[in-house]
Ligand binder design. Structure first.
Ligand code: FAD
Length: 500
């Protein structure tokens, strides 16, 4: 092989995580190459987005106009048929007229289009995008990762060298091993998913028509995502003990799950499953709940599904992917500019990323706990008290990363004030349901009390805020002794060095 081509950063994988990191690093004038094994547009699951991605990260990337023009279904919130209550429970990102605003929605996206928008946008921002380029292995030397070997579209082996490699190769990539950690699979989330697409189907009444619907039934739950008038994504999330059944007949298992779940069965009616083309097969995903024990090592950083994923409920995957892409870009930009040591910059990356992951993990586990103990359902208490109904909606909005959608156009101080008031109100209201509170409810209340939840939600607010209004003026470290984002949000700064 001839001498390797050199770059500042090699990004492996062109999904939302890779495109986000590559764009934000190239924007700083660094030489970035992105290697993607497929030719886009390519299929991917993960179609329901959160406002923090749409209005925060995508604006930072300069891709928001194109997203708007793509005609994706507007997602104003979520609908849950979760437990014994006969009616679905809805939450909207803009629950209160006082909080309603221009960013109180997300999108349901077909990932072929969404990922393609972000990848082409990366190329326009100066990233050297190479498709049909599959990374085979990491190159190491002197105790760090120094490059990669990949096969180019003709099948020839090529080597690239760089100061840093970003592994954004998703759940199937193997490069993460070069960071020296191990992949720890969750003891709690041991589900698998079987999913397909239908040529239309009913919609919830407005304003919930674009919502994701999550509907529980005895063996698991179904998602129902309205992608277009003529396209609906339907998937069953089942315990892994259902694996033999799925293996024997995946289509039959999906159909049987739909039959067991009245609301989805009724919405679909006699709508046909699509049987041809990209959306024509019934797919299965398993072993998707894990976290790597290391998110970085000298010369390599893991982001998106390459680092961790929890569970499809509440649609956190693309949020975690784009958020970690942003965090990694800040760290790499700071190190490449000579502003910070790798330990300091990547310590901040890993600290914030793990914190975000941990909060969602904890929350989702509580959510599943309640599903398993239907008689003690938190939502049952909500159903009988208006106050709790409001608070659960607010709660779901916060955890969807959307509470700031409505306040994003106000100042940071006002934003923080609004956040802390609604958080306190929420905690108070949950406590007022004491008589009906259950073990699961206790756990959820504890979760609200945890300062870490408020911290993480504030961070999501800030990302979204910055995307909408430009640089924030003041921020405090999220982590003890930690860093703050620079004024343009693209690097880290020591707190006392941040602009006033
Ligand atoms: P990916 O989107 O997987 O992109 C990785 C890219 O790397 C791919 O394009 C791949 O081709 C490329 N690649 C792999 N190996 C190599 C290699 N060796 N060389 C070069 N390129 C390589 N998230 C949501 O936000 N909302 C949802 O509704 C949702 N639903 C889900 C349902 C299920 C059943 C599952 C399992 C996940 C769901 N997710 C959802 C999660 C979502 O799919 C992922 O979190 C998200 O796609 C992660 O983005 P990424 O960029 O990290 O990885």
């Amino acid at each position: 092989m001839s001498a390797p081509e050199e770059f500042d950063v090699i990004v492996v994988g062109g999904g939302p995580a890779g495109s986000t990191a590559a764009t934000l690093i190239a924007d700083q004038g660094h030489r970035v190459v992105l290697l993607e094994k497929e030719r886009f547009p390519r299929y991917q699951i993960g179609e329901s987005l959160l406002p923090a991605t749409v209005h925060g990260v995508c604006r930072l990337l300069g891709a928001d106009e194109e997203m708007r023009a793509a005609g994706f279904t507007t997602k104003r919130g979520g609908s849950f048929r979760w437990g014994t209550a006969p009616d679905p429970w809805n939450f909207l990102f803009a629950l209160s007229p006082a909080l309603s605003g221009p960013t109180s929605y997300a999108y349901q996206v077909d990932r072929m289009t969404f990922d393609d928008i972000l990848l082409r946008n990366a190329a326009r921002h100066g990233v050297d995008v190479r498709e049909e380029s599959s990374v085979l292995e990491a190159v190491t030397g002197g105790g760090r990762v120094t490059g990669v070997v990949y096969s180019d579209p003709s099948g020839a082996r090529r080597e690239l060298a760089a100061a840093h490699v970003v592994d954004a190769s998703g759940s199937t990539g193997r490069l993460h091993a070069a960071a020296g950690g191990t992949r720890h699979y969750s003891d709690f989330f041991q589900n698998l998913a079987v999913f397909g697409y239908f040529a239309g189907g009913g919609r919830m009444p407005e304003p919930d028509a674009g919502n994701i619907l999550c509907a529980a039934f005895d063996e698991g739950w179904l998602w129902y995502i309205p992608l277009r008038d003529d396209l609906t994504s339907v998937g069953a999330v089942l315990n892994r003990d259902q694996a033999p059944r799925i293996q024997a007949d995946r289509e039959g298992t999906l159909r049987a799950s739909i039959q067991r779940c009245e609301i989805v069965r009724d919405l679909l009616g006699d709508t046909k499953r699509i049987t041809q083309g990209t959306y024509g097969s019934v797919r299965v995903r398993r072993d998707y709940s894990y976290a790597n024990t290391r998110f970085w090592a000298p010369g390599i950083t893991l982001i998106g599904d390459a680092a961790c994923f929890i569970d499809p409920v509440f649609s956190t995957g693309v949020h975690l992917a784009t958020y970690s892409g942003l965090l990694a870009a800040r760290s790499l930009n700071s190190v490449l500019a000579g502003d910070l040591s790798e330990e300091r910059a990547f310590g901040e990356f890993e600290g914030r990323y793990r914190r975000e992951y941990a909060v969602f993990y904890e929350f989702l586990a509580a959510f599943y706990d309640m599903r398993q103990r239907e008689e003690t359902y938190f939502w049952k208490a909500r159903k009988v008290t208006n106050m709790q109904t409001d608070d659960m909606q607010a709660f779901a909005t916060l955890v969807a990363g959307a509470s700031s959608a409505e306040t994003a156009l106000v100042g940071a101080d006002s934003l923080a004030h609004r956040f802390s008031s609604s958080s306190a109100e929420l905690t108070g209201a949950v406590e007022r349901t004491g008589a009906a509170r259950t073990d699961s409810g206790e756990r959820m209340t504890e979760l609200f009390r945890a300062p870490v939840v408020a911290d993480v939600m504030s961070e999501m607010n800030r990302i979204q805020q910055r995307g909408v209004t430009g640089p924030a003026t003041t921020e405090t470290p999220l982590l003890d002794g930690g860093l703050v984002p620079s004024a343009d949000g693209r690097r880290w700064a020591e707190p006392d060095a941040a602009p006033a």
